[in-house]
Design a protein around this ligand. Structure first.
Ligand code: ZN
Ligand code: ZN
Length: 167
């Protein structure tokens, strides 16, 4: 929460802020995410009746690799711009008393910037579809065979990669 009582009395004024935030773990698209070290820093501008912030959120997201299911730490650095008003409307946040909840705006921005899925590495080989072994750690022979597809082709099919057309 940021006290904006002084800013509201001085339209045109601005001040810098730097806040540590804590976000509760939450489920996003079936994935349980946790957040660590959230920090929002930037500037607050007063227009008298409304205030706006122009800031950056840095946070580490704890998720799991979509391919091999290992834990992934994903650092994010995103822009957070928001407007706060005394009366609620569609694209603004509320000034409550003489405070604003910048964390609410930051979390909303974070949700829109989250990747569709997390991978531990672009080269992650994922789990073997046959025996379930983590193919980054040990290689099984399930997908090896004279006539069969290479492990990478099989994996690409498994992951739904549309790489058929190599022109
Ligand atoms: Zn992985
Ligand atoms: Zn296998």
């Amino acid at each position: 929460m940021i006290d904006v009582s002084g800013a509201l009395k001085q339209p045109g004024s601005s001040f810098a802020f730097d806040e540590l935030l804590s976000f509760e773990p939450c489920e996003v698209m079936g994935e349980e995410l946790a957040f660590e070290g959230a920090r929002l820093a930037g500037e607050l501008f007063s227009a008298g009746e409304t205030v706006s912030i122009d800031s950056r959120l840095t946070v580490t997201v704890h998720a799991h690799c979509a391919r091999c299911l290992e834990p992934v730490e994903y650092p994010m650095d995103i822009e957070v711009r928001a407007e706060f008003k005394r009366t609620p409307d569609e694209d603004g946040f509320l000034i409550r008393g003489h405070e604003i909840d910048a964390g609410e705006a930051a979390f909303e921005a974070l949700l829109t910037e989250l990747p569709m899925r997390f991978v531990c590495s672009e080269d992650c080989r994922g789990l073997c579809p046959v025996c379930g072994v983590n193919r980054n750690k040990s290689l099984c022979t399930c997908l090896q065979g004279a006539a069969g597809p290479s492990p990478f082709e099989a994996l690409a099919v498994l992951l739904g990669n549309q790489t058929n057309e190599e022109v």
